[in-house]
Design a protein around this ligand. Structure first.
Ligand code: AMP
Ligand code: ZN
Length: 114
């Protein structure tokens, strides 16, 4: 837990947010500033920071993130229409919150990358 981290605070409930799904290690909320009709954030309860600092203690969370994404794809009925999964890492990627998290974007055709 990082005391000044908004996602840590949502995880412990000190900032209220509707939790759409959770499992042992992560939870899902809607992005407050959506970039697509469906814009979800899959967030570990534990404060993992920079990707290059991840170690084997992240493995359970990694599995749970994929479990969460699978469940949300079904729950949001975007399994067949598709979705994009994004991790922003660092300033050039526009990362705003330095608590590792995964974006799920869906609900309209998304521009192709590159
Ligand atoms: P990133 O740029 O990858 O760090 O993404 C951080 C995301 O968190 C942004 O898309 C923000 O809109 C979103 N965000 C920030 N604060 C909140 C909040 N309180 N509830 C939901 N989403 C938030
Ligand atoms: Zn945090």
């Amino acid at each position: 837990m990082s005391s000044d981290c908004i996602f840590c605070m949502i995880g412990v409930g000190s900032i209220k947010s509707e939790i759409l799904y959770n499992n042992d290690t992560c939870f899902v909320i809607r992005d407050i500033d959506p970039k697509a009709p469906i814009h979800l954030l899959v967030i570990p309860y534990k404060h993992f920071g920079d990707l290059t600092n991840l170690t084997s203690d992240f493995y359970e969370t990694l599995c749970d993130i994929f479990e969460a994404m699978k469940n949300m794809a079904l729950q949001m009925q975007i399994k067949d229409t598709g979705y994009r999964i994004v991790i922003n890492q660092g300033s050039n990627a526009g990362q705003q919150v330095e608590h590792l998290h995964v974006h799920m974007l869906a609900g309209k055709p998304l521009s192709t990358m590159g």
